[in-house]
Ligand binder design. Structure first.
Ligand code: NAP
Length: 274
């Protein structure tokens, strides 16, 4: 029921996944077991979330065949100079032979290391440790530098994207290079669920505001990775894959863009722990 998108190297990705940012490490196994039971087959974690081991334990306990699952993790900013070792540590924490998608978490332009990190990811990809490589939080100038200086075009750019913060020019720039747009904080961390246009459409379709927002992402061609700790919301969010909203309704949500960034600005973000 969840559609798949084909990435620029032919690998397919479930368009709706499950994010585990801020899921406490000691609760991650149980939360991801619930998500897998609900039907999610795409899990998004990161070294910086500190919960890769819990994701791996849930996968191992689930008995779901590896081929059915799509697992993303990300390179910590403070490890951009040692990406090969960081990748191996993530792979071990997850207990997996290979990762489906490995991302540079933030460009950290002040650090001047993302090109080195990307070349390391290219080697991991060539060696078969990962099925696709990509970036996260890359703005157009970071992408332009990467595309000019390196060989493999990123499969994905995972960026903050929700109705009130859409980064339309960046998304179009990504798509122009065959880079899939993956929306993080797809619900605006809950803040976009009270917007009148969203609640009005939810009432009209007899669904929830989260389902309208996720149906909008899917209709707009974004990959979306909502996070929730609650089983009923896991079911609710996944069921958005079965909801179709019209082109006019998609346009109504698209018109909500108001440059309301919630997370850090990738031009400036320089934290090393993430
Ligand atoms: N690459 C990056 O730099 C980056 C940055 C941020 C996030 N991400 C990824 O994107 C994922 C999602 O982003 P996010 O966690 O920031 O934001 P989000 O998914 O937009 O929103 C999560 C919030 O919405 C609530 N929620 C979820 N489903 C709901 C529903 N159906 N109805 C009402 N509230 C609902 C959750 O509460 P409960 O948990 O209490 O249900 C939580 O407070 C992360 O887990 C992570 O994988 C990546």
């Amino acid at each position: 029921m969840v559609p798949y998108l084909k990435l620029n190297n032919g690998v397919t990705i479930p368009q709706l996944g499950f994010g585990v940012f801020q899921v406490p490490p000691e609760q991650t196994q149980a939360v991801v077991e619930d998500a897998l039971e609900a039907g999610y087959r795409h899990i998004d974690t990161a070294a910086g979330y500190g919960n890769e081991a819990g994701v791996g334990a849930a996968i191992a306990a689930s008995g779901i065949s590896r081929e059915e699952l799509f697992v993303t993790t990300k390179l910590r900013n403070g490890e951009q100079g040692t990406a090969a070792e960081a990748f191996e540590a993530s792979r071990q924490a997850l207990g997996l032979d290979f990762i489906d998608l490995y991302l540079i978490h933030w460009p950290v332009p002040s650090q001047g290391l993302f090109l080195d990190a990307w070349r390391a990811l290219e080697k991991i990809y060539a060696g078969g440790g990962v099925r696709a490589i990509g970036v996260s939080n890359f703005l157009q100038d970071h992408l332009d530098t990467l595309l000019a200086e390196t060989t493999v075009v990123p499969a994905v750019n995972q960026i903050e994207l929700h109705p009130t913060f859409q980064q339309a020019a960046l998304s179009a720039g990504c798509r122009g290079h065959g880079i899939a747009v993956e929306a993080y904080s797809p619900l605006g961390r809950g803040s976009d669920l009270n917007v009148v246009a969203v609640t009005t459409l939810a009432t009209k379709h007899a669904v929830t505001p989260a389902q309208i927002v996720l149906a909008w992402h899917l209709g707009a061609g974004n990959i979306a990775i909502p996070k929730t700790m609650h089983r009923h919301r896991m079911d609710e969010n996944l069921a958005a894959a079965d909801i179709t909203i019209s082109r006019d309704e998609i346009d109504t949500i698209t018109a909500l863009d108001s440059n309301a960034r919630i997370g850090a600005d990738p031009a400036k973000a320089a934290f090393t722990q993430m």
